[in-house]
Design a protein around this ligand. Structure first.
Ligand code: ADP
Ligand code: MG
Length: 622
């Protein structure tokens, strides 16, 4: 079978990635080597897996390895593997025409306001293109392990928009990527330089990475292995240094930062398995995608053979930031994703992974406050999803949550629910909170006034996910969680009597306000929440917070219209003015402003901002 030589155009998005990569990766060009070795290692993994069912694929060349070679005369660096290889169609699909979802995401991340670091390219599934950072021409020679020598393929491109394809004779299976280095990239033609990059970025690739010995600055035919070439997680913990753990993390996660923490465990018994799980120090780029796409980051091995990326099968969504390896002894090697999803043993491994990660976070919270703060800043909001997602661990997760409060400094989330309970007055059986769109809106809310006056702490929930999370967290350690803006406040006997008295006195005033405001309000009441402000909104127990309703409407949802309940402070001069104002038009302006300032403070949209401004100006001048 002979396919014609041809030239094709890169898909538009691939061309954009190439442009970006060549124009924005100046400072850490060397990552190309890690990415190419990572692909070679994946190719060896794939062949080892396929050879379980088809041992003949390994025939004649059973030892999988990766060779890194350089040629000073030709000015090339070559990364070669004897892994699975690619057919012509696969070459086209994987490194040419078809843009993967990662291609688009990489472009988005790089052009987003907060520019992603180009060194993260491998996390986006477009690591191959980093070859063009140092090369002005790249040649790929590849032959799939199950195809004859005559069906090798040669792919070549200068990264400018086109690539050529040609059928060639390749006696050995696998893939060679040949980089024709740019004129000023001569530093990569030195053995020690390549070797130190391998040590730095790829030491813990599980296959041998080999380099030729050197004589007179030139490579010889003698190869030696230059990396550790073993599965790190299979070693006893005592033989693994922190540097080993960190360097394994970096190649596993395509990250260049150290991991924040890790947990490495071996379970022996009726079912034996090893887990090595990392928490990154910074959010991976796909953190916010929340399971919409296929999740990566946790590799499943069975008896040291890589089976598949099984993040979705082994970790719940709210722990999607975890990276790592699970190696099981007792699963059948021929598992498919479908089988995995209903496998009981796997359920147990998953539960163990969750437990290990929560143990690790608890340990950080207990022993390492500053690292815990880093964790919480990066992943606190992701963890909150677990309150709704993981009933079995809800209490453990709730214990790990931190919030700002009326008794903490600034916006930093530092108060745990246990801190709150520890400080609460004897007999206080409610954990009070307020939700708002942002810390300032929460901290400045008039609804907090009565609580401050009585020295009752209120948690300030300012993240969008909080409201949603609280739907699944109405109790902690036997105490109810309640929103200060909702329903009746529990008043002690003295307050209650005062409140009833005030309501009686204010009855004509309330009647007047209701008439003036007409159908803009559902009801007007005397407030027990206010001490300094004239007015605020109150919600019924089942009503959605106004800032949240606004967000949902802006996102296109239709919500039932509900008219707010206005609460007023009869001791406030402005409220009293409404009662005494004889001019009806002026009284209506004043009453409407009382409502509108309550709406603004609660993050509700003003129905008619222009009318609001006119009204305010009339009163300022009158
Ligand atoms: P990723 O490795 O995240 O999939 P890359 O851009 O690094 O993204 O590689 C794209 C694809 O090209 C790989 O998924 C693989 O299918 C193919 N590929 C790259 N290098 C090799 C290789 N050495 N052997 C076999 N396939 C390869
Ligand atoms: Mg890759």
């Amino acid at each position: 079978m002979n396919a014609p030589a041809e030239t094709r155009k890169f898909e538009a998005e691939v061309a954009q990635v190439l442009h970006l990569v060549t124009h924005s990766l100046y400072s850490h060009k060397e990552i190309f080597l890690r990415e190419l070795i990572s692909n070679a290692s994946d190719a060896c993994d794939k062949l080892r897996f396929e050879s379980i069912a088809h041992p003949e694929l390994l025939a004649g060349d059973g030892e999988l390895h990766i060779d890194v070679n350089w040629d000073p005369a030709a000015r090339t660096v070559t990364v070669r593997d004897n892994g699975i290889g690619m057919s012509r169609e696969e070459v086209v699909a994987n490194i040419g025409t078809i843009a993967s979802s990662g291609t688009r995401r990489f472009l988005e991340a790089m052009s987003a306001e907060k520019k992603a670091d180009a060194r993260l390219i491998g996390q986006f599934g477009v690591g191959f293109y980093s070859a063009f950072v140092v090369a002005d021409r790249v040649t790929v020679l590849s032959r799939r392990a199950d195809l004859p020598a005559g069906e090798g393929v040669k792919w070549e491109s200068d990264g400018q928009g086109e690539y050529s394809l040609e059928q060639v004779e390749l006696p050995e299976r696998g893939t060679a990527v040949v980089l024709h280095l740019k004129a000023d990239e001569g530093e990569f033609l030195k053995r020690w330089q390549l070797r130190s990059l391998i040590t730095r970025y790829s030491d813990h690739v599980a296959f041998p990475i080999r380099m030729p010995e050197e004589k007179d600055d030139k490579p010889t035919d003698e190869f030696e292995t230059v990396n550790a070439a073993s599965a790190l997680w299979t070693k006893p913990k005592s033989e693994i240094s922190d540097e080993d753990y960190q360097s394994f993390y970096k190649s596993l996660g395509h990250d260049f930062n150290d991991a924040l923490a890790w947990t490495h465990n071996r379970v022996e018994g009726s079912q034996s398995f090893t887990t090595l799980l990392y928490i990154p120090a910074q959010p991976p780029f796909d953190l916010m995608m929340g399971g919409r796409d296929e999740r990566k980051g946790l590799k499943l091995y069975i008896k040291r053979v890589f089976i598949m990326d099984a993040a979705e099968e082994l970790l719940p969504n709210y722990l999607r930031f975890v990276r790592g390896v699970v190696d099981a002894d007792d699963l059948p090697l021929n598992v498919s994703r479908e089988i995995l999803q209903q496998n009981r043993q796997l359920e147990r491994i998953k539960a163990a992974c969750v437990k290990r990660v929560l143990d690790l976070i608890e340990k950080l919270a207990r022993d390492e406050p500053s690292r815990f703060a880093t964790f919480y800043k990066a992943f606190g909001n992701t963890l909150k999803e677990g309150i709704a997602e993981d009933h079995a661990n809800r209490a453990r997760i709730a214990k790990l949550l931190r919030f700002a409060s009326t008794k903490s400094e600034g916006a930093a989330p530092t108060v745990s629910l246990d801190d709150y309970i520890g400080r609460a007055a004897v007999g206080q059986d409610t954990i009070w909170y307020i939700t708002a769109d942002g810390y300032a809106a929460a901290a400045g809310s008039p609804q907090l006034e009565a609580f401050k006056a009585k020295d009752v702490e209120v948690l300030l929930m300012a993240d969008r996910i909080d409201e949603w999370m609280l739907g699944s967290l109405d109790e902690y350690e036997g105490k109810k969680l309640k929103n200060v803006a909702k329903g009746e406040l529990p008043l002690d006997e003295v307050d209650k009597a005062k409140q009833e008295e005030a309501a009686k006195v204010a009855e004509p005033l309330l009647k007047k306000l209701k008439e003036l405001l007409g159908d803009r309000v559902g009801d007007v009441k005397i407030s027990a929440r206010l001490t300094d402000s004239p007015s605020c909104l109150a919600l019924s127990d089942y009503e959605m917070a106004p800032h949240l309703a606004r967000l949902l409407r802006e996102a296109g949802q239709t919500l039932p219209e509900s008219r707010p309940t206005l609460e007023v402070n009869p001791a406030h001069a402005l409220v009293q003015r409404v009662g005494t104002e004889a001019d009806e038009a002026k009284a209506r302006d004043l009453a409407t402003l009382l409502l509108e300032q309550a709406e603004i403070a609660a993050g509700a949209p003003l129905p008619d901002p222009a009318a609001f401004v006119q009204r305010m100006n009339r009163l300022l001048l009158g």
